[in-house]
Write a protein that binds this ligand. Structure first.
Ligand SMILES: [Zn+2]
Length: 242
């Protein structure tokens, strides 16, 4: 075997074993994946466990996200990352219980949640392989504002997500994660409002409640989101639209 062949083989092996390099080939230009809030707090055993978000679900999200990465998509993620004194925690509003809705003033309604995704407790850890992400966006760090959307919080403060999409020349998003009726929904609606095309993957999304999930899906559809059953269907649609 010649030295050149050996050299090429060595480089190929090196690229294969260094995930950060191996995932950098974006053969789906203009497209990115947004994995919303697949983290400890929202799955079985977490502070705000969502129905059907269990170990099997996490395994499936990891497997399918890796598959999309190999297909050449830029992989992005979001992560709820609250300080202990966050305004959305019922524990910070004496006399109220989780799932109560309060008016914070001026008609600003806030659903109160159990403590979840707390920065100091390890509850906010991401459960998707970190090596897959081009960037993992933290949200909800301001104690005074909730942030269902990965783009901006309820006070209008933007995360770095839109700047990343613009810098990477991404117009089209494949979105899935937790929860369909809150963080997936608001991220999808903001993506559409910013002029992006959005495909939502149904079998990789989980909702807090059946009724609000059905309403959220309808809202996303009306706003222009497309829905597909799984990542293979999402990839097929993306290829068709290209
Ligand atoms: Zn939260």
């Amino acid at each position: 075997m010649s030295k050149i062949v050996l050299c090429i083989l060595s480089i190929s092996l090196l690229l294969f074993f260094i995930p950060g390099i191996a995932i950098s080939a974006q053969t789906m230009p203009g497209w990115a994946v947004l994995v919303v809030d697949v983290q400890t707090c929202f799955v079985e055993g977490g502070g705000l466990a969502v129905a059907g978000a269990n170990a099997q679900y996490v395994k499936k999200v990891n497997r399918d996200t890796k598959w999309l990465s190999k297909k050449g998509y830029l992989i992005l993620g979001s992560r709820d990352y609250h300080p202990p004194d966050h305004i959305s925690f019922a524990s910070n509003h004496p006399g109220y219980e989780p799932y109560d809705v309060i008016d914070l003033g001026g008609g600003r309604l806030q659903v109160l949640w159990p403590d979840h995704c707390v920065q100091t407790t390890g509850d906010s850890r991401a459960l998707v392989d970190n090596n897959l992400f081009f960037e993992l966006i933290k949200k909800g760090q301001d104690p005074l504002w909730d942030s269902y959307s990965a783009f901006k919080d309820d006070g209008g403060a933007e995360t770095e997500l839109e700047a990343i999409l613009n810098a990477q020349e991404v117009n089209n998003l494949i979105v899935y994660g937790i929860a369909t009726d809150y963080c997936v929904k608001f991220s999808v609606l903001d993506a559409l409002a910013n002029g992006h095309r959005v495909i939502v993957v149904e079998n990789l999304s989980r909702g807090v409640a059946t009724d609000t999930t059905a309403t959220a899906i309808e809202e996303m559809r009306i706003a222009g989101a497309e829905f597909v059953a799984n990542v293979k269907a999402a990839h097929k649609k993306a290829k068709e639209l290209d």
